[in-house]
Design a protein around this ligand. Structure first.
Ligand SMILES: [Fe+2]
Ligand SMILES: [Fe+2]
Length: 288
């Protein structure tokens, strides 16, 4: 790889990442096909017993709080909808591939808690503007920093250095990523999610969560994730790998119809919802 730039070397390594489990890829295909039925999707999922069991555990968790037990995948699809079940499969697959590694001062727990905080907050912001499906906002929040998970998996030593510089030098983690690796986690996240055929709005939210103002295609979801990232950092839920608090981009603020006096209600709602979400995350990451 002699003459390649660092950026290209990283891209080559990213391309060598294992693909998503086949069942997840199939589920996304089925979800994208308007002619698919709940039975088609259930058939694909039920070929994988571990996945089926996990989906049922998640849909029966306190996070959803359904009064009656959901006992089949078909039932879950009917109640939650195609896109939500697709997202569950995606979340299960991703958390299985990138489970945990501490990098210096950034623990895996803190990073996942940051991701979860963004997921919960994204869902709250989505509800306020009537974005549907709400669970898509949750998923976009949970996966928004996918690029950091990829960095940690592929370049743990370099990323430890990046985290140390960001925290001790009071710098933005994105800037340090860029200066040491020539790419930031938003771009890495875009490469990977595109390669894995994520739905396009998720790819955009991952790529542009720091620059929602330039997303003309899916500005709602990208603004939701951006705003959720900012509020989660203000509330200091988990850690994104540095101690910086980004400013809320004006376009996103306007699109989300926020007023300064709304923030306290939103913070209170985050506090109410995070507990159940933590139980969801534990099941997802196989810690329960
Ligand atoms: Fe980020
Ligand atoms: Fe983040």
């Amino acid at each position: 790889m002699g003459g390649l730039s660092l950026k290209n070397k990283i891209l080559t390594k990213v391309k060598d990442l294992p693909t998503l489990p086949e069942v997840a890829t199939k589920v996304m295909e089925v979800a994208n096909n308007p002619r698919s039925s709940a039975a088609d999707m259930a058939k694909v999922i039920s070929q994988d017993q571990a996945l089926t069991a996990k989906i049922l555990k998640l849909v029966n968790s306190a996070y959803y709080g359904f009064p009656r037990k959901i006992s089949t995948v078909t039932q879950a699809i009917v109640i939650l909808g195609f896109r939500t079940v697709r997202d569950l499969v995606l979340n299960i697959s991703i958390s299985g591939m990138f489970n945990s590694k501490n990098v210096g001062e950034l623990s895996a727990e803190a990073l996942w808690l940051h991701n979860l905080g963004v997921a919960v907050t994204a869902k709250i912001l989505a509800k306020r503007i009537g974005y549907e499906p709400l669970e898509e906002a949750f998923t976009a929040g949970l996966l928004h920093d996918l690029g950091k998970l990829v960095f940690i998996k592929l370049f743990p030593r370099e990323y430890e250095k990046i985290v140390t510089i960001a925290i001790n030098g009071n710098k933005w983690i994105r800037d340090v990523e860029e200066s040491l690796l020539e790419v930031d986690h938003a771009l890495i996240g875009k490469w990977v999610s595109e390669n894995w055929k994520f739905p396009p709005q998720l790819v955009r939210a991952i790529q542009l969560h720091h620059q929602p103002e330039i997303d003309n295609e899916y500005p709602e979801l990208t603004s939701i994730v951006h705003g959720a990232d900012v509020l989660t950092r203000i509330k200091k839920i988990g850690s994104g790998g540095d101690n910086q608090i980004p400013s809320f981009k004006k376009d996103a603020w306007v699109l989300l119809k926020l007023r300064p006096q709304d923030l306290n209600d939103i913070y209170a709602e985050i506090d109410r919802e995070i507990k159940e979400a933590i139980s969801f995350l534990k099941i997802l990451r196989g810690k329960e």
